[in-house]
Design a protein around this ligand. Structure first.
Ligand code: ATP
Ligand code: MG
Length: 568
């Protein structure tokens, strides 16, 4: 492709509104432009990288007999009402009306559409299993669209769905997907890990996330320093067996603590270890106000809390509601002398508290020498705190460390959640109607573009690996007004194309400095510069990844490039 004919609007300045390096580089090198918050145009270079990512995804999906289709982005509200998600999905679902005032949504995901599609066409176990996928734009009105393509409101996803007659069959496809995903991310050259994850609003048991390790990742991964255990911090279990020490119990006492609210203030003011303070919060759990306790040195994990109680909605209670229930501000809550019908859920570590400190449900006061069971009742002990670095690994091997990750893929065993709600059944061997057992499997294709962009760059711009580069070779004549340079670069352009190289030919009338800076920004694996030695038939070749340069005669260029593209 001649550069004068394509559309690569590079920028000299680093855009001020971009805060991570992938976003900056994608803007600077002319790959993307923002249209609205979280909505982007993929310019020609980005389109080419996306195609390469998609190609890898397609090959690995076909290899496990998942078949491509394409479903509508525009989805009738009725489908979402049947699954119960018209309400449950909340403001993230983009909603609109047609001219007849009928409700529609822009597809945030496609469980509803595919479940009805398969329900209406597949009647017998003989047609199962069935695995289908698509690559398509999704719409989610994210609360905080950010980091460019990493969290968009319109983004490209590969979503696959599988249908089974038995659990074993689902397990097999799930394992195939797990391997296919690992192949995809390895082939893209990413540094990733598969981690145990939370099934979230989609429901179901058995789910992994694929995380690209990166300092800008929004997720924290808890992993063992001596085994392959890895889990999203949202899910990582705490397996410590907490026991109280046998120190003698002291008498409960109320003390004055003016202006003391946070655990840090309490522990400083009363000179007690945070581990012996009780952190008390009031949560609104499915409409009921519940007091939730954790040790002062721990953080409550509301996802674990939600899962432990089998709740659908868990939120911190409003200040007004707390005042009305307990008569104090959030900083003074405690479990002692609560109104009779208020439930108390405690993290397991509360068992270790002896003669501890807790809020007195009265502003400016705390209780000291507080002891669980003796001074307050607990409805249930649960594992509801975030794991911490240094905790034992849940698989019993080694200790936990943290890393940041970008979630690029997610696989779920859905079970019969959707098929039951949407009445999607098949006839089993006995001729009995059974709900389909389902799985769903997503990859953030446009998020992957950002993840690779984050990983493959240096201070001058992108450094694309061969399998992802938008073009193979950047052919750059220094001065096209020079007869010999014009002649040789034209000739090389034809030769390279005839050998199936995808060549970007910089035929622009720009200064050499501009051309070289753009070439570095765009970051193709090989730059072939046609300069002063053109008249002798010699070109300079520069490898973007190492910066190595060579002078090669035009006759040897193709052989040498073949070698480079075959081996590196
Ligand atoms: P997240 O926790 O990042 O919001 P999610 O759990 O909502 O992700 P899924 O519903 O599992 O995501 O979607 C499948 C994949 O689509 C994710 O693994 C991610 O790679 C990608 N994805 C999800 N939301 C976005 C978004 N707003 N922008 C770009 N990619 C996204
Ligand atoms: Mg999300």
């Amino acid at each position: 492709m001649k550069q004068s004919l394509t559309f690569i609007p590079t920028l000299r300045e680093v855009p001020a509104d971009a805060d991570v390096k992938s976003h900056k580089a994608l803007l600077r090198a002319g790959f993307i432009r923002q249209n609205a918050s979280g909505v982007y145009s993929y310019l020609p270079l980005a389109r080419k990288v996306l195609s390469k990512i998609e190609q890898v995804v397609r090959e690995e999906m076909e290899a496990i007999n998942s078949v491509e289709l394409l479903m509508p982005a525009l989805q009738s509200a009725e489908l979402w009402q049947q699954s119960g998600r018209w309400e449950a999905y909340g403001p993230e679902l983009m909603r609109l009306k047609d001219r007849h005032d009928r409700d529609f949504a822009l597809g945030a995901t496609h469980e509803e559409v595919i479940t009805t599609l398969v329900r209406d066409e597949i009647k017998s176990y003989k047609k199962l299993p069935l695995s289908l996928y698509q690559i398509q734009s999704k719409f989610r009105d994210e609360k905080r669209p950010r980091f460019g393509l990493l969290r968009g409101r319109e983004f490209i996803m590969k979503d696959a769905y599988s249908f089974h007659a038995t659990r074993e069959s689902l397990d097999e496809t799930y394992d195939d997907m797990y391997k296919a995903y690992s192949n995809i991310f390895s082939r893209l050259g990413l540094n990733f890990r598969a981690v145990i994850a939370d099934a979230g609003s989609i429901g179901g048991k058995g789910t992994h996330e694929f995380m690209v390790l990166s300092e800008i990742g929004e997720d924290t991964i808890a992993y063992s320093d001596s085994s392959d255990y890895a889990a999203n911090i949202e899910m990582a279990e705490v397996v410590v067996d907490y026991k109280a020490s046998d120190v003698a119990l002291k008498e409960l006492e109320k003390v004055e603590t003016p202006n003391v609210k946070t655990i840090e203030e309490v522990s400083n003011f009363l000179s007690v270890d945070a581990a012996n303070c009780i952190k008390s919060l009031v949560f609104n759990i499915d409409g009921e106000l519940i007091v939730v306790l954790a040790r002062g040195d721990h953080e409550i994990n509301d996802i674990k809390l939600k899962n432990a109680l089998g709740a659908t909605s868990v939120e911190l209670a409003e200040e007004n509601a707390i005042k009305e229930l307990l008569g104090c501000l959030p900083g003074s809550i405690g479990p002692v002398k609560l109104p009779i019908n208020v439930k108390v859920i405690a993290d397991n570590a509360i068992k270790s508290i002896r003669n501890g400190v807790a809020g007195a449900n009265e502003d400016g006061f705390h209780f000291v020498n507080v002891n669980p069971e003796r001074d307050f009742a607990i409805n249930a002990y649960e594992d509801i705190r975030f794991i911490q670095e240094g905790d034992p690994s849940p698989d019993g091997k080694g200790i936990i460390k943290f890393a940041e990750g970008i979630e690029v893929g997610h696989i779920f065993k859905l079970g019969t959640t959707y098929s039951t709600k949407m009445n999607a059944t098949f006839l089993d061997e006995q001729g009995k109607a059974q709900p389909f057992i389902m799985g769903c499997y997503g990859i953030g294709v446009s998020r992957l573009l950002a993840a690779v962009a984050e990983q493959f760059q240096d201070e001058d711009g992108f450094v694309w690996p061969k399998q992802l580069a938008p073009y193979d070779v950047h052919l750059v004549p220094v001065n096209l007004k020079d007869e010999a340079q014009a002649q040789l670069s034209g000739e090389l352009y034809s030769i390279l194309k005839s050998y199936r190289y995808d060549v970007l030919f910089d035929d622009r009338a720009e200064r050499p400095g501009v051309k070289f800076a753009d070439a570095d920004l765009i970051g193709l694996p090989v730059r072939v510069t046609v300069g002063k030695k053109a008249s002798e038939g010699i070109v300079e070749v520069k490898l973007r990844s190492t910066g190595e340069t060579f002078e090669w005669a035009k006759e040897e260029l193709v052989d040498r490039l073949n070698e480079f593209f075959r081996t590196n």
